[in-house]
Write a protein that binds this ligand. Structure first.
Ligand code: T46
Length: 136
């Protein structure tokens, strides 16, 4: 799907456990400017419902699992994240919804820019209006 893909990271495993290194511009396609994580999401809660204009992000589920629905004017995909050595890259102008967070799940997000509410498109009709020009 356009601007949306899975990234498999190195999983360094030994008898002491697992270690996954992630370096900006090496393991992911941008320099990391911001990190945040989402925890404690209750049953039935759906988050997201927005797109970004410029932001690139990689979502990694460090514990448990979460489903991500990604959409553009032409396509829709469902991804389940349940492996801390796999990230979902989501670039600009991709609509996302996150749901089915399991109890104790931890969703880590690596972002290419500092937080800016101006970069969000939180209305689906406005999103379609902007995105159609890009996807055409
Ligand atoms: C995304 C998905 C995966 C901040 O103050 N700073 C931040 O860095 C972020 C990400 C959010 N906020 C504030 C803005 C809202 O008042 O935290 C509140 C919750 O944010 P939001 O409703 O956007 O959260 P989600 O879970 O719907 O979406 C977030 C990211 O915003 C978004 O970029 O792709 O996680």
């Amino acid at each position: 799907m356009y601007n949306c893909s899975l990234i498999k990271f190195k999983d360094i495993t030994d008898k002491y456990g697992h270690l996954t290194p992630i370096e900006g511009k090496i393991d992911i396609p941008f320099e990391i400017k911001r990190v945040y994580y989402i925890t404690g999401v209750g049953q039935g809660v759906v988050r997201g419902f927005h797109s970004h204009r410029k932001l690139h992000q990689v979502l990694i589920c460090l514990n448990g699992s979460v489903k991500i629905r990604t959409k553009n004017p032409e396509d829709e995909e469902l991804t389940e994240l349940n492996d801390p050595s796999v990230g979902l890259y989501i670039g600009p102008h991709v609509w996302r919804e996150m749901f089915d967070f399991t109890e104790g799940s931890v969703l880590l997000v690596l972002a290419s820019e500092n937080y800016s509410e101006d970069d969000y498109i939180r209305n689906y009709d406005f999103y379609l209006e902007e995105a159609i020009k890009i996807y055409r």
